[in-house]
Design a protein around this ligand. Sequence first.
Ligand code: ZN
Ligand code: ZN
Length: 249
Amino acid sequence: MAAPSLRRLIPGRRLDASFNWPAEAIDNLDSSFHVQEYLQQLIRQDHTNINTLIEIPDSVDRQVWQYEHLRQVCIELNQLVVALECECTQANCPEMKADGWLYLCAAHPTTQSCPAIDYIIHTLDGATILLNNSKYFPSRQVNTFQSALWISIPEPSLKHFQAIARRLYRVFAHAYFHHRETYDLFENETCLYGRFLLLSKTFNLVPTELISIPSDANLDHDENEQADDDDLDEHSLDDTQSQVTAIED
Ligand SMILES: [Zn+2]
Ligand SMILES: [Zn+2]
């Protein structure tokens, strides 16, 4: 077997001159984080081919694949935050709204209304901290200098995937309904929502009834609608405001 190529990022090198090592099969990646590296390699190869990105590699556990995708979405959503920062201000968006819903931020001792940009940042930070918490996701933290560290994710931790995905969905929805031009530019460049939506549908992360962004004709994956009555736990409805419904989550 050929020796694996050297995969190093050189300080000071331009982005377009980086990552220029040959693609490797996942089983050839000798790294503690080989699943993440493999996913990022697929994204660099063709980020528009979302069907290929979501397809679970043979040697990877189904839950681990979801986990690495969610981590990656958090990483890439930070680019959307940067794009939104100039227009999604406390003055323009004093509350986190999307499609007639008001979302309360769960990143505080008691849930509270945060300006949209703060809600987004708090949500991304919270999701990232949770996904990196060795109490819930222990295997990834173990460094044994061997690949194939991941075996599985503890069953009780799986419920966090849906909670995280629901909150991440709102970030896309706020951008879509309140900052459409920025959303379109970001989505055209990254296809991140398309990837996230297919991930959600494939692994039942976001219930269909919470999908508020209209199906887009230029998404190249199948948009089969599926009834999914699971996971309605976050509905804490307050209809005191016309049009706007508060969700504590
Ligand atoms: Zn905004
Ligand atoms: Zn907050």
